[in-house]
Write a protein that binds this ligand. Structure first.
Ligand SMILES: Cc1cc2nc3c(=O)[nH]c(=O)nc-3n(C[C@H](O)[C@H](O)[C@H](O)COP(=O)(O)OP(=O)(O)OC[C@H]3O[C@@H](n4cnc5c(N)ncnc54)[C@H](O)[C@@H]3O)c2cc1C
Length: 206
């Protein structure tokens, strides 16, 4: 079996592919994969997600008894978490930008993204939230080896029609990654579980 991706060609007798179906589909397999697996990958897109982070001198929201955790139904950010380090040497708020909010910011300039993020934090945590010492913005849909996140999503009907191809080995090719996990799909827990499952699978095959 030969696999080729990003100009790198590898010949192997057995392989574990531990990534989302959409990213795995960028790999060229020789011989080719069965249609059920190839078509599953065509129907399993990644979500759109980014993190907007603002750093402050101190976690000022705690003075008012706020946790820094919020959900919002308007604005660019729809969920926030307190990412302050344990020693509270500075205050850090992190906000997720998801799905259609992400697409609305797709072509936005860095200044516009910063303004949108701080506007959201301001509405949730008050005026002080609009004056960070610095900000950062990281989007996963621009990352070539992720293609989005936090997980590949199967729209209705895909698992019904193609679900068996998610985990079924294709000859010497075995599939892992959080999408293949029966529990905690989309989380680190699911990724680890998939690794344990595929290790047993390969062991049995050998
Ligand atoms: C913004 C964001 C926040 C998240 N927050 C949480 C959280 O709080 N808690 C939680 O549990 N989970 C969270 N997740 C989800 C978690 O990150 C994933 O579930 C987990 O990383 C999936 O692990 P994986 O090993 O299946 O895939 P990945 O972590 O995607 O690993 C796949 C690897 O394959 C590599 N790769 C891709 N193509 C090739 C190739 N052709 N050749 C070789 N290598 C290749 C990639 O570089 C990558 O390192 C979050 C994800 C995102 C994006």
């Amino acid at each position: 079996m030969t696999v080729e991706a990003d100009g790198i060609t590898v010949t192997a007798r057995r392989a574990v592919v531990a990534m989302s179906p959409a990213i795995a589909a960028k790999i060229h397999f020789t011989p080719g994969l069965p249609a059920s697996r190839a078509q599953l990958a065509q129907r399993y897109p990644m979500g759109s997600i980014a993190k907007f982070v603002a750093v402050y001198d101190r976690p000022f929201w705690r003075d008012e008894g706020l946790t820094g955790q919020a959900v919002a139904d308007s604005g660019a950010i729809d969920a926030t978490f307190d990412n302050t380090p344990p020693d509270a040497s500075r205050g850090v708020l992190m906000g997720f930008v998801n799905q259609s909010n992400m697409r609305r910011l797709d072509a936005a300039s860095p200044d516009a993204v910063r303004a949108a993020g701080l506007d959201s934090f301001g509405k949730l945590f008050g005026e002080k939230a609009k004056s960070p010492v610095r900000t950062a913005f990281q989007r996963w849909d621009n990352e070539v080896w992720s293609g989005g996140g936090p997980v590949g999503v199967a729209p209705p009907g895909v698992l019904t029609d193609f679900g068996e191809a998610l985990r079924a080995p294709c000859g010497p090719v075995h599939w892992a990654g959080t999408e293949t996990s029966g529990h905690w799909t989309g989380y680190m827990d699911g990724a680890v579980r998939s690794g344990e499952r595929v290790a047993k699978e390969v062991d049995a095959a050998l």
